[in-house]
Ligand binder design. Structure first.
Ligand code: FES
Length: 197
């Protein structure tokens, strides 16, 4: 202990000058050993964290998978297509005027998960319905997006697993599914292209 104190005194004595160099030396030598150890651990921690963080950052492949661009120009009124978004089915459907009218005619009070068609589509694109193709009951893929598939009694999508029926706004109308088909985050990047995610 005495040796340590003497060493510390010596260090302070040696560095008690008013030069910039002196302050630097005293700043270093005057640091208690445990503080220096913590500082060293901190540096080590940064050195370890950097590769960890770089490993946690999403790769370019993952980033590319996190969004899906869909060209909707070829979808005619009454048609739907299936795409893939984050490895799950995505339905993109262009509604006919009759399908829009049918959706608008439904009183919100009669819906299990009340939402208007406007709320489920983008402004100026009420005819373009973009939803996940995943039944909100237990995750089956509903029918209705493929050519000639059964759209159920409400004209939207029909889940054959347990009989959930969705209307033309993909809102749940019958069966065990608790909520409407999910509308993912997306935007129109042009009149004919949407970017999902
Ligand atoms: Fe669709 Fe059960 S998973 S009704």
């Amino acid at each position: 202990m005495a040796d340590t104190a003497a060493t510390a005194d010596t260090s302070v004595t040696e560095t008690s000058t008013t030069t910039a160099e002196g302050y630097r030396r005293r700043d270093v030598l005057g640091i208690p050993a445990n503080t220096a150890a913590v500082a060293a651990a901190g540096v080590g921690g940064v050195a370890v964290l950097v590769p960890l963080i770089s490993q946690m950052a999403p790769s370019k492949d993952v980033l590319a998978e996190s969004s899906t661009e869909v060209d909707v120009s070829a979808i005619e009124a009454g048609q739907a297509i299936k795409a893939v978004f984050r490895k799950q089915p995505l339905f993109v459907r262009r509604l006919t005027p009759q399908e829009i009218a049918a959706a608008d005619a439904v009183p919100l009070s009669s819906l299990r998960d009340p939402q208007t068609l406007e709320e489920r589509t983008k402004e100026g694109h009420k005819d373009m319905l973009v939803t996940m193709g995943v039944c909100t009951h237990l995750g089956c893929v509903p029918l209705g997006a493929g050519e000639g598939e059964n759209r159920g009694e409400y004209g939207g999508y029909f889940c054959p697993c347990h009989g959930s029926a969705y209307d033309t706004a993909a809102r749940i109308r019958k069966g065990p599914a608790p909520t409407n088909l999910e509308v993912p985050d997306y935007e129109f990047t042009s009149d004919t292209t949407i970017l999902v995610g």
